[in-house]
Write a new protein. Structure first.
Length: 268
């Protein structure tokens, strides 16, 4: 994840509670590194052997390769035959773990949904535009990691009953989290919004969150969803989501948001 640039006083402050939660979540989702090798000690007959990473189970490797292929080529263009060939295993070995392609899709979606739910809980802890920027940037990073779901969303919903029903909850949970961000920014004296406007503004922000990568793809079909385009695409997405709040931000918060967005554009 890219480091958010903090201004003056904020840079010297410890991470907010929700930032710490997000960092802990990232740590839990990171594979452990190899254990350090112990050197030989005097009197020892032999040095202990270094402990390497635990070998990943075939089922986990299948999911990793499938996610990569889905993201690169789009789910409709990836067959189970291609997945097994990419892994160098027989189709029968793949079917032993995942008897149907839908099981691969549903398992990947379940992981995404679980991680999204964890991240959305941080919305209640947002207090200023710095927090809001990081929150939405992290949302876009998770969406990018599972971008095949958003790239082929309409096709997936039309043929997968689980996604058809569960993605409705994804949208509702995003909308609820965005409204919690509004409440946090209001409590932090960063914005002022009429309660009658919260639902339509939240819905507009969810639309941008959900279809931003599709917009990026239309703008540049050959490069938009390639890894080297990720940083710029995510920053643009976070900026445009938060731009919907500009009319409701207090002047100081609005200027700070312009500064954050400008810093990211300069870095890109």
């Amino acid at each position: 994840m890219r480091e958010t640039k903090l201004s003056g006083d904020q840079a010297s402050q410890p991470p907010t509670e929700w930032q710490a939660i997000a960092l802990n979540s990232e740590t839990l989702n990171t594979a452990p590194t190899s254990a350090p090798t112990s050197g030989a000690t005097s009197g020892a007959t032999s040095a202990p052997k270094p402990q390497g990473k635990k070998p990943r189970r075939t089922a986990e490797r299948i999911l990793e390769v499938t996610l990569d292929l889905f993201n690169r080529f789009g789910e409709p263009n990836v067959s189970t035959t291609l997945i097994s060939a990419e892994m160098g295993i027989s189709p029968g070995n793949l079917y032993y773990h995942y008897p149907a392609k839908d099981e691969l899709i549903n398992t990947l979606f379940a992981t995404f949904e679980h991680r999204l739910d964890d991240l959305l809980q941080a919305a209640d802890l947002v207090r200023n535009v710095e927090d809001a920027w990081l929150f939405f940037h992290m949302l876009f990073e998770l969406i990018w990691e599972y971008r095949f779901l958003y790239r082929d969303l309409n096709d997936l919903l039309s043929k997968n009953r689980r996604l058809e029903t569960h993605f409705q909850f994804v949208l509702k949970n995003k909308s609820r989290a965005v409204q919690q961000v509004f409440e946090g920014l209001t409590r932090g004296n960063s914005m002022r919004i009429d309660r009658r406007e919260t639902e339509p503004v939240a819905s507009s922000m969810v639309v941008v969150l959900t279809y931003w990568l599709s917009f990026e793809y239309v703008r540049d079909p050959r490069r938009a969803l390639e890894p080297e385009s990720a940083a710029a695409a995510l920053s643009r997405g976070a900026h445009h989501v938060l731009a919907l709040l500009m009319p409701y931000l207090e002047p100081q918060a609005r200027e700070h948001l312009f500064e954050i967005a400008g810093a990211y554009r300069s870095a890109d």
